[in-house]
Design a protein around this ligand. Structure first.
Ligand code: IMP
Ligand code: MG
Length: 178
């Protein structure tokens, strides 16, 4: 079996620059807030969250939740379910959901609705990537890294059946499917 590396789609340098910009914008927007509560969506967002949290110049806290869609990785995906909940109560807190990628929009719509019920002081979302062409549920992304076409991307936390998560850049699966 050959171990072909995915083709570079967004370079490490471009990601670093964009994450820095997002960090500055978010820090400015939340400058008056005591603590910004970052909620990472496992597992895809773990690297983005690590970098974004360090790009912030305001006090922050970090928590995680995990979701899965029913069915397999093969489309069509089913509804979303919560696998692991937050450890902290978000009532009265300023919450920023940190997502790797918004594809159909189902996951983000589900999470926004779920967390809104818990009475946060504010609730927004930051996603590194968005594929507007595959949207099925309309969602607002308050802070977005990059819009991309409807291709399967890997790296920087994103996987292809658990492969390539640790790539430092965002790549596209090679045409052979490896
Ligand atoms: P949505 O509910 O369809 O918006 O799906 C969002 C989730 O699907 C993301 O958080 C990812 O875990 C996964 N996903 C969607 N597109 C990709 C991709 O191109 N590469 C890796 N994961 C993806
Ligand atoms: Mg995700």
């Amino acid at each position: 079996m050959t171990r072909e590396e995915p083709q570079v789609f967004i370079t490490e340098e471009a990601i670093r620059r964009r994450v820095g910009e997002l960090g500055r914008r978010i820090s400015k927007d939340y400058a008056q807030v005591d603590i910004l509560h970052l909620v990472g969506v496992l597992r895809g967002s773990f690297i983005f969250l690590a970098d974004l949290s360090r790009a912030l110049t305001i006090p922050g806290s970090v928590d995680f939740l995990a979701v899965a869609s029913y069915g397999t990785t093969v489309a069509p995906k089913g509804p979303v379910r919560l696998i692991t909940d937050l450890r902290t109560d978000i009532a009265g807190k300023h919450v920023l959901i940190v997502e790797d990628i918004v594809d159909t929009g189902d996951t983000l719509a589900y999470l926004m609705a779920l967390l809104a019920l818990r009475g946060p002081a504010s609730l927004k979302c930051c996603a590194l990537l968005s594929k507007p062409a595959s949207r099925q549920t309309e969602v607002r992304i308050d802070y977005l890294g990059f819009e991309i076409p409807d291709v399967w991307v890997v790296g920087y936390g994103l996987d292809d059946r658990e492969r390539h998560r640790a790539l430092p850049y965002i790549g596209v699966r090679s045409p052979s499917g490896s």
